[in-house]
Design a protein around this ligand. Structure first.
Ligand code: ADP
Length: 496
């Protein structure tokens, strides 16, 4: 099968789509010459096939990353690493239209959201480009005859496994801090969405990164993903995806070489609306909180708690708002919600909708398929949802939310924290005291006040409880990609 195919998108016209595994700055076939199809979720038809990595290809990519880590990459100054990253950000920015269009084609996300993603990708890479030459240790006073300092050293070869909901953005969150701190990477994209990362890979080479520093492979979780998690020559694995797979990654790391692990997993995030909130504003944010990216966000605000005094009015207005969300062709500029990513996700979500109906929750809006082609689901609201219902407890990862009423602040804090997850939460109120008191009590890695899904690459992002380990973004992410070394020098004097 060729290493490039000609594709077209409604916005860009024809373009050259790489299909190979990107190893050592070249696109190559897999050793076993396997390929798999990627499906357009809008039409349910195959877009093209890409080359599939198996364990043998993971070995080759890891060897390339190791060679680069021990060789050219080690001799390059931190400032130069920053220059490569900044250059990469510039090239990505110049090619934003193509990257956004490919993202919409392969993932189904609306073009406006895909553009937002690419703009965040540029910001994230640039931000970490700025960090590259600002990673400094410290000197530490202990006893008078010792001089001590700390150093932050790269960990080595990093395996990175990303999901399909933000293919380019997750790639940027993963590779940027890893490269800024001097690591090399082998990144596996999700099997549902391999295309945009392969377009991006060309820009890595163009930016001047030496061969082997960034390797990007397409493949399946149980084969290439599992091979990364259990590889004996990968020093760290970073994963974003389901909690179930996160556990298996951690087990594989533990039973292989105890590689360092960071995980960004699922969520069932509470979105709390107090009676003194600006209700129109709150509804806009609640709507964005659950339906952004078609509900396919680990931090989606899927549990909505509304104070009883405003409950009826809230439901009435929110119902109209959700029903007005434009669902349809992702390439239509007016579209807010495109199709779900795959048949499997579509079936899972529809299964949850059926569970909600069976459990006796009330459908306020939606609850069915949208149209008759593509994996489209109507924005769906369930009201009167009780804590024991599956739709209140489990991550649905689709355009479905569960609403419940609360009386007091104490009660809603208890409800909000009654979950095994802890990725995000939000509070809507005009009372600063309530906002701060509740934010400080919620067990979540991110709390939004009077907004939702506002992710800034300068701020750490990650989960409490079973939502993850470690933090991405911000200065904190640098710690995930460095080893901290203490050097203690004895300055002479008597030996004990
Ligand atoms: P989803 O269920 O939403 O597809 P997953 O957690 O299954 O999310 O997938 C996220 C990423 O993890 C994908 O790149 C996928 O290929 C990968 N993956 C799935 N299973 C495994 C596994 N057992 N080991 C390593 N990676 C895996």
């Amino acid at each position: 099968m060729p290493l490039t195919v000609e594709l077209k998108t409604p916005l860009t016209g024809p373009y050259k789509q790489p299909t190979g595994l990107f190893i050592n700055n070249e696109f190559v076939e897999g050793v076993d010459k396997k390929t798999f199809e990627t499906i357009n979720p809008t039409t349910e038809e195959a877009i093209c096939s890409v080359h599939e990595a198996t364990e043998k290809d993971v070995d080759i990519a890891v060897a390339a990353a190791r060679k680069a880590f021990n060789g050219p990459w080690k001799t390059i100054s931190p400032q130069q690493r920053g220059i490569y990253l900044t250059r990469l950000a510039d090239i990505v920015e110049k090619n934003s239209d193509l990257l956004s269009a490919v993202e919409s084609l392969d993932n189904g996300k609306s073009i406006s959201m895909a553009r937002g993603d690419v703009s965040s990708v540029v910001g994230c890479i640039r931000y970490y480009g700025g960090w590259a030459d600002k990673i400094t240790g410290s000197t530490v006073e202990t006893v008078p005859d010792h001089f001590n300092y700390t150093r932050y050293e790269p960990i080595g070869v990093c395996g990175q496994i990303i999901p399909w909901n933000f293919p380019l953005l997750m790639l940027a969150w993963k590779i940027s801090p890893a490269l800024a701190t001097g690591n090399t990477v082998v990144l596996k994209t999700a099997e549902q969405t391999p295309l945009s990362a392969l377009v991006f890979a060309q820009f890595v080479k163009e930016a001047g990164f030496p061969p082997g520093v960034v390797n990007i492979i397409s493949g399946f979780g149980k084969v290439a993903g599992a091979a990364i998690a259990s590889h004996m020559d990968i020093d760290k694995v970073a994963f974003t995806g389901s909690t179930l797979v996160g556990r298996s990654i951690m087990k594989a790391a533990a039973s292989s070489n105890l590689k360092k692990v960071t995980l960004e997993l699922g969520g069932k995030s509470p979105n709390i609306v107090f009676k003194d909130a600006d209700i129109e504003q709150a509804i806009s944010w609640v709507n964005f909180g659950i339906y952004y990216n078609h509900g396919q966000c680990c931090c989606a605000g899927s549990r909505i708690y509304v104070q009883e005094e405003i409950y009826d009015k809230f439901i009435e207005t929110f119902r109209k708002r959700a029903a007005a969300n434009a669902v349809g062709d992702p390439f239509d500029e007016k579209t807010f919600q495109g199709p779900q990513v795959s048949q499997l996700q579509y079936d899972r979500i529809m299964g949850y909708i059926e569970e909600g109906k069976k459990d006796g929750a009330k459908i306020e809006v939606g609850g069915s398929r949208h149209g008759d082609k593509g994996y489209f689901i109507q924005p769906t609201i369930f009201s009167g949802v009780t804590p024991d219902m599956k739709i209140m407890k489990e991550e649905i990862f689709g355009p479905v939310c569960a609403i419940a009423k609360f009386k007091t602040e104490e009660e809603v804090i208890e409800l909000a924290n009654d979950t095994t997850y802890g990725l995000a939460a939000a509070v809507h109120t005009n009372d600063l005291n309530t906002a701060i008191r509740v934010s400080n009590t919620l067990k979540a890695g991110t709390v939004w006040v009077n907004c939702y899904n506002m992710i800034h690459h300068q701020l750490p992002f990650g989960g409490y409880k079973e939502s993850g380990i470690g933090r991405e973004l911000g200065e904190e992410a640098l710690a995930n990609y460095t080893q901290h070394k203490s050097v203690s020098i004895r300055l002479g004097g008597p030996i004990f």
